[in-house]
Design a protein around this ligand. Structure first.
Ligand SMILES: *Cc1c(COP(=O)(O)O)cnc(C)c1O
Length: 221
């Protein structure tokens, strides 16, 4: 008994209706994903392209696959035929590559720009002014096979609620401001197992939850 079904039900029942739950299944075996699938979950998040491709091949095809990790541009081609949403886009070059690969499959791939909100310098992401630069650029209009549908952020790994609050609310107000100019921006992806409630209070409408559903991960370094 893994408790995945129970964990999922508990979390789902606590989420407001407008919040999408991405079940973060990185490092977990296909059998765990199948268990979540059988409990009704259809949206899964992975942070390594190769691992996501393997799981995509093995699991039912009505799953929406979200790439939440840092992207290696040379691997975008392996997921371009099926990925549903790419959360971690942090450069224009990466957008160009996604566009190029999406075109080959006659698809439009939805993307989120990753904002840098954490104080730690280990976290990826774009400063707000770079995001505005990309959204306003003429070059972006040339990319017909991608669509920027929102923003993603990862807060600092801390227990300090005040700091988390600051980071989430700054991204949310930046998001709201840009949403007025760019109505395609509908998704604000922020919040993980440890901080999703606070993220939702601050306006998140997509949470990425792993360990609270599947249990702690054993990383093999
Ligand atoms: C692993 C990961 C998560 C989920 O983390 P948990 O703390 O296990 O919920 C969310 N977002 C990103 C980008 C991740 O890499």
């Amino acid at each position: 008994m893994t408790g995945i079904k129970e964990n999922l039900q508990k979390i789902k029942s606590s989420l407001p209706e407008h919040v999408t739950l991405v079940a973060v299944s990185k490092t977990k075996p296909v059998s765990d994903l199948q268990e979540a699938y059988d409990a009704g979950q259809r949206v899964f998040g992975e942070n390594k392209i190769q691992e996501m491709v393997t799981k995509y091949d093995e699991l039912p095809k009505d799953i929406q696959w979200h790439m939440i990790g840092h992207l290696q541009r040379n691997k975008v081609k392996y997921m371009a035929h099926f990925v549903h949403l790419i959360h971690g886009v942090d450069s224009f070059k990466t957008l160009q590559e996604i566009d190029k690969q999406a075109k080959k499959h006659n698809r439009v791939i939805n993307c989120l720009l990753q904002a840098r909100i954490a104080k730690e310098d280990t976290k990826f992401g774009l400063p707000f002014n770079k995001i505005e630069e990309i959204l306003a650029s003429d070059e972006l209009k040339e990319l017909k096979n991608i669509k920027i549908v929102g923003l993603m952020g990862m807060a600092t790994f801390t227990e300090n609620q005040e700091q988390l609050q600051d980071e989430f609310s700054s991204l949310a107000s930046f998001f709201n401001k840009n949403q007025e100019k760019y109505p395609n921006l509908t998704t604000l992806s922020m919040g993980m197992s440890g901080d999703y409630e606070l993220a939702i209070e601050n306006g998140s409408n997509m949470v990425r939850i792993g360990s609270s559903i599947f249990g702690v991960r054993n990383y093999i370094a």
